[in-house]
Design a protein around this ligand. Structure first.
Ligand code: GAR
Length: 362
């Protein structure tokens, strides 16, 4: 197909006629745009989410000249026709149109979608002013979708261009609310080679006074307090988004919960799918929730222990990675039992992180 201004505009016109038909049958057209040069799983998930915002999805892609102007002379890797063919093979994508400028303002004006989806760190306020004005003028609802950490065209191309970097270490981001003994254990394991080829690159806490932050700073690790928000024990969605940005900026591979006492929700779970681990002081599924060692004493069990598990939307219920058993001794107090469990945790956590990363990483 020759991409002249006329053929591009003919594509927009046809998309507009289709949009009008959808509207007559009470349906909503979602519109998004991008280069979609080397398709990766981040794109696929993004497009599925965008499609779910309405009843049909129109993707406007930059022409080859437009990609070159935006990304430099080595791009696009694939021609506009090829990119369109690949996109159209996805279940989520109903139609592809092209635009030649840097911005797709004119295509938005021509198609007048009901919903506009955009990925990344944008907010409706930080969208390009010209595109935002066009969207407001056609009455489009603007929806921001979070991108998946580590899944980007740039990262994909870098991996293809460079031989695997053998010196790259596993990058851990640690989230904790308390004394930081778990963090201390991890740092010792790294220093003594029990958790080899790993580094803690960032520490995050919801408690400004938590010792974990002081410990992180003393060890020269960037350590951030995030205000958890106004709702008691909850970790507000906006605060979780801040945590995502900090962890993504630090290029974290695995998020490690170290006595983090708030529930992790969609922004973090989506940005780090199957990449968040927690250690819990019991043999899950026994004694989930708070003060698991007190629950074990109260239940009169002979053995309890510690579990490393993948974090999902349920409390202490994700896939179990490894467990370690600890005896409950006669005369144990909550404190003595918790201390014995924490001793086991120090051995278990680095072991489980290493094993898990070998299985899912890289
Ligand atoms: C850990 O020992 C772990 O057993 C428990 O909090 C402690 C944190 O200590 N975690 C949970 O109960 C999670 N549900 P720390 O603040 O000294 O690292």
């Amino acid at each position: 197909m020759r991409m002249t201004p006329e053929t591009l505009e003919a594509g927009w016109k046809a998309a507009r006629a289709w949009r009008d038909q959808l509207e007559v049958s009470g349906k909503r057209l979602v519109f998004t745009n991008g280069c979609f040069d080397v398709l990766h799983v981040g794109h696929v998930r993004y497009l599925q989410e965008a499609r779910a915002l309405g009843d049909a999805l129109c993707v406007a892609i930059n022409t080859d000249a437009s990609v070159r102007a935006l990304k430099g002379p080595t791009r696009p890797v694939n021609t506009a026709e090829d990119r369109a063919e690949v996109l159209l093979a996805l279940e989520a994508v109903d139609r592809v149109i092209f635009f030649d400028e840097e911005r797709c303002t004119r295509a938005i004006q021509a198609v007048a979608p009901h919903v506009y989806a955009k990925g990344g760190d944008y907010t409706p306020e930080t969208l390009n002013a010209e595109e935002k004005a066009a969207l407001d003028a056609v009455g489009a609802e603007i929806r921001m979708l979070q991108l998946v950490a580590g899944k980007s065209t740039t990262a994909t191309l870098q991996r293809m261009a460079a031989p695997a970097d053998a010196s790259r270490k596993l990058r851990l981001g640690v989230l904790g609310s308390g004394r930081g003994s778990t963090l201390e254990g991890l740092l010792d394991s790294i220093a003594t080679g029990r958790l080899p080829d790993a580094e803690v690159v960032v520490v995050v806490s919801d408690c400004e006074e938590a010792r974990i932050l002081e410990l992180g700073r003393r060890r020269g690790i960037p350590s951030h307090h995030i205000d958890p928000g106004p709702h008691g024990n909850r970790f507000a969605i906006a605060s979780q988004e801040v945590a995502c940005r900090i962890l993504q900026a630090a290029e974290v591979d695995l998020v490690i919960l170290a006595g983090f006492m708030r529930r992790i929700k969609a922004p973090l779970l989506k940005a780090f799918p199957d990449r968040i681990l927690n250690i819990h002081p019991s043999l899950l599924p026994q004694f989930p929730g708070k003060d698991a060692w007190k629950q074990a004493l109260g239940a009169g069990v002979a053995h309890t222990g510690a579990t490393v598990h993948v974090v999902n939307a349920e409390i202490d219920a994700g896939e179990i990675v490894q467990q370690s058993s600890v005896a409950v001794l006669p005369g144990d107090t909550p404190e003595s039992l918790h201390a014995r469990i924490q001793g086991a945790e120090r051995i278990l956590y680095p072991q489980a992180i290493s094993a898990y990363w070998k299985r899912v990483g890289g």
